[in-house]
Design a protein around this ligand. Sequence first.
Ligand code: PLP
Length: 372
Amino acid sequence: MRLETKAIHAGLDVLKESKAVVPPLQTSTIFEHDKEGHKPGDLTYTRAQNPNRAQLEVLITDLEEGAATATFASGVAAAAAVFQALEPGNHVIMPQDVYHGNRLLIKQLMSRWGLQADYVDTTDLNKIEEAINKQTKLIWLETPSNPLLLVTDIPAVSELAGEHNISVCVDNTWPTPVNQLPLELGADLSLHSTTKYFGGHSDILGGAVVARREDSFFERIRSIQITAGAVPSPRDCWLLSRSIRTLPYRMRGHNENAMRVAKFLQGHANVERVFYPGLESDPGHEIARNQMSGFGGMVSFLYRGTREETIQAVGRSMLIMRATSLGGVESTWEHRRSSEGDDSTTPQNLVRISVGLEHPEDLLEDLAQALG
Ligand code: PLP
């Protein structure tokens, strides 16, 4: 099946007891045992497994062309499970401008647990190679990255990692499987904050880790999902599966609108620089063209002004909502440095836009009046 068809049909047979076209929501936390006791594979307790979660996991596995998926209560819970599946003392290579929540996770939690991390420019293969040591077990990629939209060559990094027996995990939240398939490009894991485009309506929190192989590393992630218990509720799984049905069409709209917005910003006198891999002038464009089928809905730009003037420009929007996060049908933007806090290295005049599905002309009119 092709992507659009899979988004609508994959996983439905997990709930085969029912003939309902729309899968039922199963909120029960417990499942009755047979008279003879329960057998391996039987449902017992919702933290261990639930029909709505099972369906969601099959659906995401199919979309990502993977072997198995573990879903979580948030994107950072998914990332935490990947880090905890390593051993204390292991070393990970992280992108310099990695999503700041994952940086905090390592700084505040995983470093106390004994995980070592180095932050490098992952767009430069030499920098990655220099950072590898005997304890390096994981290379984390975010491409395009948050918020600078830097593009990393997934096949090249995966090949290098393979030579050193290191796993590669790609945070695929921004592109989604509609625009990029990391596992086909050679990565071992593809991670999502399903809070973003998968949910698509800014009303569900969730995360997922998809594995290329059901190997021992993934088995550890699965066991952390169940034992640590940061699992999504059946209701959120049900809602997420519903939202994913329209993901391919929503992503096409996000891709088209973001390209219009990026081109508009590129020609604007009050914009110093635009970051969007869909622009031919973008340094990551060539690699993005090779590994992405669309360039996504996120655009960042540098406003020609101070921190205060940038915050004022964001404050003038009338249609684009001032909010963090991304991936909803509504357009949002933010002065990114304010969201990231004190240790952020994001430029003071950077604005990050999550381009939604409104009519593009309405978005451009709002940008024009806000930017002056
Ligand atoms: N990865 C990326 C690229 C993100 O942008 C985010 C959230 O903004 C996350 C992971 C974390 O996801 P969550 O907020 O669902 O924990």
